[in-house]
Write a protein that binds this ligand. Structure first.
Ligand SMILES: CC(C)(COP(=O)(O)OP(=O)(O)OC[C@H]1O[C@@H](n2cnc3c(N)ncnc32)[C@H](O)[C@@H]1OP(=O)(O)O)[C@@H](O)C(=O)NCCC(=O)NCCS
Length: 165
């Protein structure tokens, strides 16, 4: 059995990243990509707009993308004579259904955590689904005791990403 390779994506992988994002959304959010002709353009724009604060890893097997993880770099504001470091925020972890249950999700998570450590980050945060919580727990994640969240009232957001009214 061949093991997927984990690597940093390059520009030619962007359409593949977008299609994994679509699969994630169709499974997780029960939305369909059908009819969203603008999605690839919006994905490309987001990829470029966040490039400076994005870390990616992909899992590849026989030139097929089978998994992805994305982490935002929360770079803390400088403090004189002190390195404030930063945090990571995992915004996407996805493995294609037929490759699940073999530790690939955990490997992707560990790969992005290594990047966070090498950047000097002090922690990695994420917002888990219930199903994925045992995986995160196994990988060392615990409920936060040092963060507050204020859930804002929902605003009307058009699905196509045009300016919010
Ligand atoms: C979460 C996910 C990346 C794990 O990938 P994986 O390669 O199976 O990961 P591992 O083999 O390392 O770990 C398996 C663990 O994933 C979790 N899991 C299993 N099925 C899952 C599912 N459909 N969705 C989310 N998590 C799942 C379980 O905790 C499982 O642990 P167990 O084997 O002890 O029961 C993959 O299931 C997935 O892409 N799910 C859909 C997207 C998602 O839920 N992403 C995380 C959102 S916070």
């Amino acid at each position: 059995v061949t093991t997927p390779t984990i690597r940093v994506p390059n520009a030619s992988d962007i359409p593949g990243l977008a299609s994994l994002r679509v699969k994630y959304a169709e499974e997780q959010k029960d939305v369909s990509a059908a009819g969203d002709k603008d999605f690839q353009r919006r994905f490309d724009a987001w990829y470029n707009a966040t490039a400076a604060v994005s870390c990616w890893r992909i899992a590849e097997l026989d030139q097929t993308l089978v998994g992805v993880v994305h982490m935002f770099k929360h770079l803390r504001m400088p403090i004189p004579n002190y390195d404030p470091g930063g945090w990571g925020y995992v915004s996407l972890l996805y493995v294609q259904p037929e490759y699940r249950g073999n530790g690939l999700g955990a490997r992707l998570l560990q790969a992005i955590e290594q990047e966070a450590s090498s950047l000097g980050f002090s922690k990695v945060l994420l917002n888990p689904t219930e199903k994925a919580t045992p995986l995160y727990h196994r990988c060392g994640y615990r409920p936060a005791d040092s963060h507050l969240v204020h859930k804002l009232a929902p605003t009307t957001r058009p699905a196509t990403g045009t300016a919010a009214r």
